[in-house]
Design a protein around this ligand. Structure first.
Ligand SMILES: [Zn+2]
Length: 478
């Protein structure tokens, strides 16, 4: 008995639909069964197995899309045909037109990692493709444009047909995003594949015993996330000079998973930081237009007019322990400034928005910059290795205005920072600063609806919520 072509085609459909689109490493069932390396006899035997497997897949309830395309009668017919087909395999295979089954491309994949200086020609060459293949790809629609900004470290996977011709090209931008270019009749069509990760929120807390980074490490918080946390509280806490043993923090943040594997972190949702006995809380709020910012639970912006630390705090070299044992290094000196010892070249930031009113050199100050912030405030940055701004220039808060150095009267590389109110030197850590902007009244309801559950979750994790709940009934009874 001969298996009708229509049945074979119907049976093939579910198998092709199970082909994962994400990675060339996951070649299709057909690709694996019809691998080029198989001798012809095996290939033919494999077609029977593949047919049986694909028939099974067609009947699987976990493939609703495939099942929809497969009317019940056809399924039945396929199953019958398969059993008969298997019984008469020796004759049947000879009568089978093999091209019917092997038309599904069986590609040889070559995965190539983009190196610095690579372009399409060099990448195609490494995949054993010639200039004419590059030309065909480039001249086919706007596929090539998608590959204009390939970056070192990204991967291109070339799916080559038996003939050596490029059939499919996959450009993996990230674990979540890729482009797939498929050739049909000499033209390449482009498909943008974006996978959605599973996002879960994770809670961590730690007490600082030696440094912020050691504390973060001890609970598995990566470096970039702790920098982000420091950024959220960077208007309230000077992470270079103010951190003490016994400070602690709690943080609720997103983790992203793909197929059960962690692929990265998302946003910090809520956090609490206790510094020298004073607790600061922050919660993330995303408005209707998708802009996100951090606020206190009451809705005051965490952003303030001045950053506490006008230098990349992670590079301030006098260690935390040293500062704790020798608090003299943070003393306001007679010349009314704060010194941040850091390696030469460490970025120095404008602590607030403003205008550069001086940028020059004197034998005492070395390279220095003075910024005027509105009417009352000005800040000075001395002993810079290099100045990165010019007089008259407007600067934004956090903008790099120079680098740490030891120019002028300096015993070693450090930033000497001064803060003046109406021309009088003040301690930037104790001076009263402009009030933070509250959340707009029209967003207040949205804000509370979005942020209260996050703060509640943070409190619950930290055990505080539980305590509060236990407290309440006791009070009522009393
Ligand atoms: Zn100084």
């Amino acid at each position: 008995m001969q298996v009708p072509d229509s049945v074979i085609k119907a049976a093939m459909k579910p198998a092709t639909s199970t082909k994962p689109m994400t990675s060339p490493r996951h070649t299709s069932l057909w690709g694996r069964l019809f691998s080029n390396s198989l001798p012809r006899t095996h290939l033919l035997a494999a077609s029977g197995v593949a047919l049986a497997v694909s028939a099974c897949l067609a009947l699987l309830p976990s493939e609703p899309a495939a099942a929809k395309r497969q009317p019940a009668e056809v399924e039945k017919a396929t199953a019958v045909a398969i059993s008969e087909f298997q019984a008469q395999l020796p004759e049947a295979v000879e009568q089978l037109p093999p091209p019917q089954l092997v038309t599904e491309p069986q590609l040889n994949w070559k995965e190539i990692t983009v190196k610095s200086g690579d372009n399409l020609s060099t990448l195609f060459k490494r995949a054993s493709l010639g200039p004419q293949d590059v030309h065909q790809f480039v001249s086919s629609g706007d596929s090539a444009k998608k590959l204009k900004r390939i970056m070192p470290g990204e991967t291109l996977a070339f799916g080559l047909a038996d003939s050596g011709e490029l059939d499919t090209l996959r450009y993996q931008i990230s674990q979540l995003e890729s482009w797939e270019f498929k050739q049909q009749d000499g033209q390449y069509s482009a498909e943008h594949i974006v996978l959605k990760p599973q996002v879960v929120s994770t809670y961590r807390e730690a007490e600082i015993t030696s440094s912020l980074f050691v504390a973060a490490d001890s609970v598995g918080i990566p470096h970039d996330l702790i920098m982000e946390l420091a950024g959220i509280f960077g208007w309230d806490i000077d992470f270079a000079l103010d951190i003490r043993k016994g400070d602690h923090f709690m943080v609720l943040y997103e983790e992203k998973f793909l197929d059960g594997d962690k692929i990265g972190n998302g946003n910090i949702l809520a956090a609490e930081f206790t510094n020298q006995g004073k607790t600061f809380k922050a919660v993330r709020f995303e408005d209707a237009s998708g802009h996100a910012n951090y606020y206190t639970p009451e809705g005051l912006s965490m952003r303030k007019a001045f950053l506490r630390t006008p230098v990349n705090f992670a590079r301030v070299s006098s260690g935390f322990n040293m500062r704790r044992l020798h608090p003299i290094t943070k003393k306001i000196k007679p010349h009314r400034g704060i010194d941040y010892a850091a390696p030469t070249g460490t970025p120095v930031y404008a602590s607030g928005d403003g205008k550069v009113v001086k940028a020059g050199y004197t034998s005492a100050n070395g390279n220095y910059v003075v910024i005027q912030h509105g009417q009352s405030y000005s800040t000075k940055y001395l002993h810079l290795h290099k100045r990165k701004v010019k007089r008259g220039q407007s600067v934004r808060q956090g903008q790099t205005i120079g680098t740490v150095g030891a120019t002028g009267l300096a015993t070693g590389p450090h930033l000497h920072y001064e803060f003046l109110v109406n021309g009088v030197h003040r301690n930037p850590r104790t001076v009263k600063l402009p009030q933070a902007k509250p959340i707009a009244e029209k967003h207040k309801a949205d804000f509370l609806a979005q942020t209260q559950p996050l703060m509640a979750s943070l409190a619950k994790h930290s055990g505080k919520g539980q305590l509060a709940q236990l407290d309440k009934p006791a009070k009522n009874e009393g």
